[in-house]
Write a protein that binds this ligand. Structure first.
Ligand SMILES: Cc1cc2nc3c(=O)[nH]c(=O)nc-3n(C[C@H](O)[C@H](O)[C@H](O)COP(=O)(O)OP(=O)(O)OC[C@H]3O[C@@H](n4cnc5c(N)ncnc54)[C@H](O)[C@@H]3O)c2cc1C
Length: 503
């Protein structure tokens, strides 16, 4: 008679996309999984809740881009229908409307990046400035997301990269830097060129439809996380909130045997950390075990960025041309976006007045302002883009300060980031900031790293089936050919020339 092997216990720390992804898969595979979350709600940066007045808010609105195949597949499997159709977007500066983007998948498909170049409707930027991006195609082909490519580009700033490749001042200031402020949450001189190339390729350049984005028809918390957590509990996973982990317990052989959470201990055969960079730094500082490992101490070299999420309810409907809008040039080093929630969220479709989400990235200098000052500023900036906001009255508002919330992909930070495996053999890492080779970013990356960590647990114990992770769509044939040619030239150069240059 064969005995069933004892159920392995796994503790997952942090209930964002990464932690929920790992927990769900392992619970489905029969593991005894406990997910510990410090805050009162699951969801991490995407958590949402109701204000005292009963209004739905969240820590910033979140878009789901066309290549988020793993998230779209999860949502289908859960039987949910949370998304709007893909939406068009515009970009504003203090001078007014700058750019309108079509829904790229509705246009005839052209080899990348031709579609992005031809179908995007620039209102002011001259053709000569747009053409100055062409030499950058070499760097796009050269950066293939490998370890070697990260080493070549990570210590260079995005600004230097664009300057070296001859990008015009206007194209940089009016197009690339605004994209960095909303994509990597930092201005060009503070972004790693490697992260810049990886992010731009994934969201914009790899394939014509990649820039298309959909939104949840309510908070992500209500539309996805709530039913997902219920499903996790149905398959046996435990999701415990208000549990802040502050130490990792090691046995005599140096293996993780559990985590400490105040005066409680949660025992485990494997542990997965799924917290942000900043939270991980705090855990290392309070941990008597992790501080003995250089790889964890090195995390103190990593940084995070301040973000501000506001939601404003107006006394009347304002005509907003497109539902999703990005803005630049209003404050030095700050990027911001605003969204017409009457068009996106079911809950506000019939609201008598406009409901607007306005989120500010790299917003350190705004955080000390009072809520009233912030709301006044937001209304002023909105009125610069769409004058109708000037006459309307704000009847309610929510201001959420996300201090040190998002990862800073700073120049030189790659060397300090961690991969999924650590020198503690049964401790695994996940989250949008860790090093992996999938090629995705943001929410999709966080979810994928959660699945990857779950797969490492399955590999270790040999119990259950690995999660099927959908790879990013392969490079288009001409990009593949350019990459192969470039790789051959590199190998030839390496064989013939001495290796004494900086990477
Ligand atoms: C304003 C804003 C807008 C954004 N817009 C987009 C967008 O449009 N599209 C997109 O794809 N991405 C967007 N992002 C990025 C996206 O939110 C993140 O990439 C993603 O949510 C990261 O998920 P995660 O699981 O890695 O980490 P997190 O969401 O940070 O989750 C980590 C969890 O760990 C918990 N935790 C921390 N410390 C402990 C501890 N000691 N013990 C227990 N639990 C702990 C935290 O409370 C948190 O719940 C945006 C982010 C912000 C802030």
């Amino acid at each position: 008679m064969s005995e069933t092997p004892p159920q392995k216990r796994v503790v997952v720390v942090g209930a964002g996309w990464a932690g929920l992804g790992a927990t769900y898969h392992l619970a489905q595979q029969g593991y005894d999984v406990t997910l510990l979350e410090a805050s009162p709600y699951p969801g991490g940066l995407v958590a949402g809740w109701k204000t005292a007045g009963g209004r739905s808010v969240e820590g910033g609105i979140h878009g789901f881009w066309y290549p988020y195949h793993n998230i779209f597949s999860l949502v289908r499997e859960l039987g949910l229908d949370p998304f709007t159709p893909f939406t068009r977007s515009s970009q504003y500066s203090p001078a007014g409307l700058e750019v309108e983007s079509p829904i790229f998948q509705h246009e005839p498909r052209l080899p990348t990046p031709l579609g992005t170049f031809l179908y995007t409707r620039f209102q002011r930027l001259p053709l000569i400035d747009r053409l100055s991006a062409l030499p950058l195609l070499y760097a796009i082909a050269d950066f293939d997301n490998s370890h070697q490519a990260w080493q070549r580009y990570d210590k260079v700033t995005a600004r230097e990269l664009f300057k070296d490749f001859g990008v015009s001042a206007r194209l940089y200031q009016e197009s690339f830097e605004p994209m960095l402020l909303v994509g990597l949450f930092a201005p060009g001189e503070q972004c790693s060129a490697a992260a810049t190339l990886g992010m731009l390729y994934y969201f914009i350049l790899a394939h014509q439809p990649n820039f298309d984005v959909a939104w949840c028809r309510g908070t992500v918390a209500k539309m996805i996380f709530q039913p997902w957590v219920e499903r996790i509990e149905e398959v046996g996973g435990k999701v415990l909130t208000n549990k802040r982990v502050d130490d990792l317990l090691l046995d005599d052989s140096g293996k993780a045997e559990g985590v400490v959470c105040g005066d409680e201990v949660f025992h485990a055969d494997a542990v997965i950390f799924s917290v942000s960079v900043n939270a991980m730094k705090k855990i290392v500082s309070s941990s008597s075990s992790l501080r003995n490992y250089r790889e964890f101490r090195d995390l103190r070299n990593l940084g995070a960025i301040d973000v501000l999420a506001t939601r404003l309810w107006f006394d009347r409907k304002i005509n907003i041309p497109l539902p999703s809008n990005a803005c630049f040039g209003f404050d030095p080093e700050i990027g911001w976006t605003f969204f017409d929630l009457n068009a996106l969220h079911d809950e506000y479709r019939h609201e008598p007045g406009s409901v607007i989400e306005a989120d500010f990235y790299h917003a350190s200098q705004l955080l000390p302002m009072s809520d009233e000052q912030i709301v006044e500023k937001v209304q002023r900036d909105l009125a610069t883009c769409v004058p109708g906001f000037g006459e309307a009255k704000v009847i309610d508002s929510s201001v959420i300060r996300v201090s040190q919330g998002v990862t800073h992909f700073a120049p030189g930070s790659y060397q300090h980031r961690l991969p999924a495996t650590t020198s503690i053999e049964n401790l695994f890492m996940s989250g949008d900031w860790i090093i992996n080779r999938h090629g995705s970013w943001s929410q999709e990356k966080a979810y994928v790293t959660g699945l990857e960590a779950a797969n490492l647990v399955i590999e270790r114990f040999g119990q259950g089936s690995k999660a099927n992770i959908i790879p990013v769509e392969p490079d288009e044939p001409h990009i593949q050919a350019a990459r192969n040619l470039n790789q051959t030239a590199r190998e030839l150069g390496n064989a013939l020339l001495p290796d004494f240059w900086l990477p």
